[in-house]
Design a protein around this ligand. Sequence first.
Ligand code: NAD
Length: 491
Amino acid sequence: MIQAVSAIIDGKPRQGSGATIAITDPATEATLCEFADAGAALVDEAAQAARRAFADGRWRSLPVERRQDLLRRIAARIEDAADELAAIETANTGIPLTQAKQRHVARAGYNFRFFADYIGQTSGTLYDQAPAHLTLVRRQPVGVAGLIAPWNAPVALGAMKLAAAIAFGNSCVIKPSEQAPLGVQRLVELLHEAGLPDGVVNLVNGLGHVTGDALVRHADVDLVSFTGGTTTGRVIQSVAGERLKPTTMELGGKSANIIFDSADFERALDASLLGIFTNNGQQCLAGSRILVQRSIADRFVPAFLERTRRIRIGAPTESATELGPVASARQRDRVLDYAAIAVADGGELLTGGRRGADLPRGYYVEPTVVLAHDPGMRVCQDEIFGPFATLLLFDDPDDAFRIANGTSFGLVSYVWTEDLHLALRAQELLESGVVWINTPMMRELRAPFGGWKDSGVGAEGGAACEAFYTRQKTISIARHPLALAALGRPR
Ligand code: NAD
């Protein structure tokens, strides 16, 4: 297991002198290692290193083919190190190893390949309608990006931000979650092992309100890409806003998974379980509100419960494990609290709501299902972020859309129906940045992924990242010597 450092600046590990932060394995509750919060001083060094790398053009001025080659070498390096990276991610987050390897690490490599291909095909715009001028619009990298990531999918989400930021020629400073920094730290090392010039990607590890805050405020950080909770997002956006820094905010969710009676029943059942229990239930895009049409509830609810009770919960390193521990004791207590809140608010606890797994240690929670009778209940409105499904029944499509849209969030929606016209109506009416019809979670990197309402501002994806990580410049060129008014010339 690697040892956490406070920072990696200009390619070199650094130790800070801030508060000591312990990193825990959620499956064993053992301390994996400790590190000192980077703090403002190391953030300053990291931001200055990124600024130097940007200013001297060691990366952004390379021919695009060389940047593409390097991004592909990084992808290959990640794929070669897949077992190691997945093992680190699992130890630090509790994500089942098979999911860490097949989803997260594979996605991390793909992010770099995707942006390598993307930057080979970008182009500017030419306006030639005006008779005396040609006007070009081109894009240039912005400068230094501050990248702030959460703990629920550190490597996959960190890789998305890193790949996008550097592909378009920026330098950056990444701050992973203080709770789960090890995978991203190894990822940053792999980037350097693949040949990325020093200073282009720097890392700072530390607390959000200390190291993260210093990063957002730093004068050399030109823009901020944040993934995390909505409350944190509001704080970061207001700090960045005072300094007029552009931000993207990928925030929380309480996504509706709508099962119409016209759905392919078995597929909808399989996908509903995946939608809430994958990644130990800790996914921004979890289908955590499962809306079931009343006419099929007698069949769907018992089938969902039976399958939920059979989910294999256990050590995330075991290949048979389907649900590992949640990420921390705090997260475990939060999930258990919501089981009690559901009952207090008049809901029915159908299964779970207890600590899980026959293991002596670890933050295990039984997969939990509650039936809510009122969409205003807290378990229908709050993001719980764990293996916790809230079921709600609806009568007809209008009822379903009203309930689905009746939260402050708007990240994704899932729709299950074989009725084409109903599916088309659903995508029209649902208030979320993404609608998945007859499919579980699907990330099409060419398309934007971003939330509406309290789920975010801006998006990630090919063109969306190009728009964020570059800025436009308009250049007008006279087509021929222009006849100019001769101010001050003797007549
Ligand atoms: P969090 O908001 O607590 O922390 C996220 C990051 O922000 C961490 O690195 C943290 O240290 C940092 N941070 C905290 N306060 C800060 C401050 N004042 N200034 C600068 N940085 C600060 O989120 P979390 O608990 O790590 O992650 C879970 C949340 O992330 C959930 O709400 C989940 O929905 C969301 N999420 C969203 C997406 C998406 O794409 N929409 C993806 C994954 C997770």
